[in-house]
Ligand binder design. Structure first.
Ligand SMILES: Cc1ncc(C[n+]2csc(CCOP(=O)(O)OP(=O)(O)O)c2C)c(N)n1
Ligand SMILES: [Mg+2]
Length: 629
């Protein structure tokens, strides 16, 4: 690998030289069907699972027969075929994903262990703490394997953490731990093997700290100048491969000649496989394929609403949809803070525990990042997950796995993230900067996510059902100002509403009002006060996919458009809609496009401030101005 790298024949490479015993030992102690989640130095996991070398070379050369079709580099891939789930660069989320995989095994009563790796540097990330804590509280069968190799890039351990052994932290999480000589393959294998057997019998998390050393630079280009030579020399004596070889020779288990033969065989295997990868052409670009494969195919199954209708609140419609989906999908798990007996702060899941049990309706510790990652893990292991953010504002604490893991995983290696994140959002409720935001634009920007934002009970229920059926990650926004103020006719039984289709709430020829969420209700109020205005009122309902065609159709009829949203304007979705209409319908416009949104400030608390912050009143004057243009 080092030679190939110097010749520029493979891309970025993180060497595991000096640490091989850990990857190899752990992988051999696990069964083939048990998931392993390696990091960037764990080549030994991939080779121990017998992945053909030409596929690995193709991966590192960005070729088609690698694991990401040239879309991601180095060890950033997973493969269900080999039950290996590769990392994302951010390191920490791996640990929470392992929790989710293990949770699925536990819920299905499969006696399995999941092993996840981390460097000692990444144990400083919040994800490490969150994942261990969740695993402990839920008693998940996870082996957390820390490879303590002395450095995180150039940072030595004493600048990374301030305790003697990282294994000691286990006590604080209420779990067991072991310190293992990571340079001794026999010790690694026998201890992990024994633990894996014990965990299969009695599921529980265990923290392992493998003491080892990184014998090369962080990656090859960065060198090892900052590592004291003496340290290198001392660890060189403990080289796991050289020592194991001497041991086998001393014990008479292997002869010099056999070693030579083995090396030749391996050399030939490497060269033959390299040739296969080299002979493969560069990946070709097919725009529509690239775009399509950001998402998993979602076959929409339309279920017609039945005739029995009840007039219910928005909040009841969401709750009903969720409950019926729980009955429909046996392997759908709801996770969130206080969602069990308490029913969630908005009472959406009230009564769910008695219907579905605590294993499917799970209270979580306050750790959004690990829970979103765990939802990813459930999906990898074939289950479906709903995560309730207590308030949409708190999604920032789970932002990383959403935008970097869930959003990108299908494009990268074809794995879907069957996760719906419910987002009680929105202002007008006097709740201040941290309980009022409507942060859909944080997500509409990220390819790979779907974003739904209903305005009426009927749509909320039908779209939630569709979002849950959809195998892709969906951010489902529920305006909490609408929860108990908006009523609507809602079919009693299960039904679906398609994503990516706007609804024409009111029809008229003078102006197009384009909006969603609370904006729809503000527009309706204004139109009620001005019966003389003949407006097309378009409720977008979903923002990704966005039904821009319905907007074009309306503009072509009215020639005037005003876009209204509760979000602040700069970087908001109104801009994209305005820009697309400009590009596609310029000749049809009879007036400049008007955008109305909230002031460019955080959401203020006091009533008078919030009233001026929100665009509700400005909307009326802007609409009248546009009509008079
Ligand atoms: C969130 C995040 N911060 C920083 C980095 C850059 N980075 C990549 S690997 C690394 C060092 C990791 O050290 P450690 O966890 O000890 O693993 P090792 O490389 O030693 O195996 C750093 C700083 C990153 N990838 N992600
Ligand atoms: Mg390290």
């Amino acid at each position: 690998m080092l030679v190939l790298l110097r010749q520029g024949k493979i891309s970025k490479w993180f060497s595991g030289i000096g640490q091989e015993a850990i990857s190899v030992g752990v992988t051999h102690a696990l069964k083939e069907q048990e998931y392993i989640l390696p990091m960037h130095r764990n080549l030994g996991v991939f080779t121990s699972r017998n992945i053909p070398l030409h596929r690995l070379f193709a991966q590192w050369q960005g070729k088609q027969s690698g694991f990401t079709q040239g879309r991601d580099r180095s060890f950033h891939f997973g493969t269900q075929e080999y039950k290996i789930v590769g990392m994302i660069s951010h390191l920490g989320p791996q640990l929470g994903v392992a929790d989710g995989i293990a949770l699925a095994d536990m819920l299905r009563r499969k006696k399995r262990v999941t092993a996840v790796f981390t460097g000692e540097g990444a144990t400083s990330e919040g994800d490490f703490h969150e994942a261990l804590n969740v695993a402990s509280v839920w008693n998940l069968p996870v082996l957390f394997c820390i490879e303590n190799n002395g450095y995180g890039l150039s940072t030595p351990t004493k600048e990374q953490y301030n305790c003697e052994h990282l294994a000691d932290r286990a006590k604080g999480y209420g779990i067991e731990s072991r310190i293992i000589d990571g340079n001794n393959i026999l010790e690694v294998y026998s201890k992990v093997n024994e633990l894996a057997k014990a965990i299969r019998k009695r599921p529980r998390p265990v923290l392992l700290e493998f003491k080892t050393f990184r014998m090369r630079g962080h990656e090859e280009a960065s060198g090892t100048k900052y590592v004291p030579e003496k340290l290198m020399d001392n660890w060189a004596k403990k080289d796991p491969i050289a020592n194991y070889e001497s041991f086998l020779l001393e014990q008479g288990i292997i002869q010099e000649q056999e070693i030579e033969t083995l090396k030749e065989q391996i050399s030939t295997e490497i060269n033959e496989n390299l040739k296969l990868a080299y002979n493969e052409p560069e990946v070709s670009f097919d725009k529509s394929k690239e775009l399509i494969e950001v998402y998993q195919d979602a076959l929409y199954e339309h279920v017609e609403p039945n005739e029995k209708i009840n007039n219910i609140r928005f909040v009841d419609a969401v709750s009903q949809g969720l409950e019926q989906s729980m009955f429909k999908h046996n392997e759908l798990i709801v996770m969130g803070q206080d969602v069990a007996e308490y029913g969630g702060v908005f009472k959406i899941t009230e009564g769910f525990v008695s219907k579905f049990g605590r294993s499917r309706v799970r209270n979580t510790p306050i750790c959004e990042s690990a829970i979103v990652s765990a939802a990813m893990g459930l999906s990898i292991n074939g289950m479906k997950a709903i995560v309730e953010m207590q308030f949409a504002d708190f999604v920032s604490s789970g932002f990383n796995p959403i935008v970097n893991y869930l959003a990108k995983v299908h494009y990268r290696w074809g794995q879907n993230a069957d996760v719906v994140i419910r987002m009680p959002c929105g202002g007008g409720v006097g709740a201040g900067p941290f309980h009022s935001q409507t942060n859909e634009a944080w997500f509409t920007k990220t390819p790979g996510l779907k974003v739904v934002y209903p305005a009426f009970p009927h749509d909320a229920k039908g779209l939630l059902n569709t979002a849950i059926n959809d195998p892709n990650p969906v951010l489902f926004f529920e305006h909490k100002g609408l929860y108990r103020s908006v009523y609507g006719d809602v079919p009693e039984d299960y039904y679906t509403v398609p994503m990516g289709k706007a609804s024409l709430v009111q029809e008229g020829g003078t102006v197009s009002i384009v909006t969603y969420g609370a904006g729809v209700h503000w527009a309706l109020e204004v139109l009620e006060r001005h019966p003389e205005i003949e407006a097309d009122l378009i409720d977008l309902r979903t923002l990704q996919p966005l039904d821009i065609e319905s907007v074009y159709t309306s503009i072509k009829k009215t020639g005037k458009m005003i876009v209204l949203h509760e979000d602040t304007l700069f970087g908001g979705i109104a801009n994209d809609i305005a820009a697309q209409v400009m590009e596609q319908c310029f000749e049809f416009l009879d007036a400049p496009i008007i955008r109305v949104g909230s002031l460019e400030t955080p959401v203020p608390f006091a009533k008078n401030l919030e009233k001026e912050y929100l665009p509700k009143e400005r909307f009326e004057s802007q609409l009248l101005k546009l009509i008079a243009y």
